[in-house]
Design a protein around this ligand. Structure first.
Ligand code: FBP
Length: 250
């Protein structure tokens, strides 16, 4: 089924602001300013992001401000903490019905391919994909190769496998990592076929390094970025946003 992505893309490309790290990594990522979801929402609003990625709790507790901001909400439907060191399983914590109630414009879901629990995540995702698409809601799939069986999560083969998994499972957009190699990413984008590929930001690096990386990512055929720390840990997130947008839409 062809799903309309107009509410979460501009001319087929996208810049999303990710803020699910409070669960995924813990408040260790935050300072006095960016610990506040409203600070993040304001960056997304002023920077005219194509979407803000929140877990259910923040989406509910800050709902009126999210709606007022007009930033498209992308509701993440599963998550985990980083405290447990065993095989990764991202537990489902919200439903497509929650997303609709919260007026989300898309849903997000993580699958750790290669994990002992990949079957469970694939099954949960398949149901979510069917339900979301039956309501016309786009689905973004975070696909991260991870677990004991995965030796190198950003190898050429694993990145392409992640991107292809998103296509095979029916995701509209695959969110994958960048392994710092343009040719590898080109192959991953090709492997994703008609599923668009956006790239996660990773740990905070220097602005110049991040902009160079963004440039390489876009020249490899990706459709955009879904980033968090490099933006909201920046001293001037809106200035940086302008520079990133110039790269995406040049
Ligand atoms: P960043 O740009 O901050 O890396 O965020 C992207 C993201 O996919 C988040 O949505 C998520 O919380 C985080 O990375 C997960 O990172 P990991 O599981 O690799 O620690």
């Amino acid at each position: 089924m062809k799903i309309n992505l107009n509410k979460i893309t501009t001319k087929g490309k996208a810049l999303y602001l990710a803020y699910d790290q409070g669960l995924e990594h813990g408040p260790i990522e935050f300072n006095d300013k960016n610990v506040d979801p409203l600070y993040i929402l304001n960056i997304a609003k002023k920077g005219k992001y194509n979407g803000i990625i929140f877990q259910k709790g923040i989406a509910e507790k800050y709902h009126s401000e999210i709606i007022k901001s007009k930033v498209p909400l992308i509701l993440k439907l599963n998550g985990k903490t980083k405290l447990f060191k065993g095989e990764p399983l991202s537990a489902q914590i919200a439903t497509v019905a929650d997303a609709i109630k919260l007026k989300a414009k898309a849903v997000g879901f993580t699958i750790y391919i290669g994990s002992k629990y990949e079957e469970q995540m694939i099954e949960e995702f398949s149901k979510i994909e069917q339900e979301a698409h039956s309501k016309g809601l786009p689905v973004i799939l975070w696909v991260y190769p991870r677990g004991k069986s995965v030796k190198n999560d950003t190898s050429k083969e694993n990145l392409a496998y992640a991107a292809r998994t998103a296509l095979e499972l029916g995701a509209d957009i695959a969110k994958i990592k960048y392994g710092n190699n343009k040719d590898d990413l080109k192959w991953a984008v090709k492997s994703a076929g008609r599923t668009k590929v956006v790239i996660a930001g990773g740990i905070k690096t220097s602005e110049n390094a991040f902009l160079k990386q963004s440039h390489d990512i876009m020249s490899s055929g990706a459709s955009g970025l879904a980033i968090g720390r490099n933006v909201w840990k920046s001293k001037n997130p809106l200035e940086l946003t302008k520079k990133i947008k110039k790269i995406i839409w040049s």
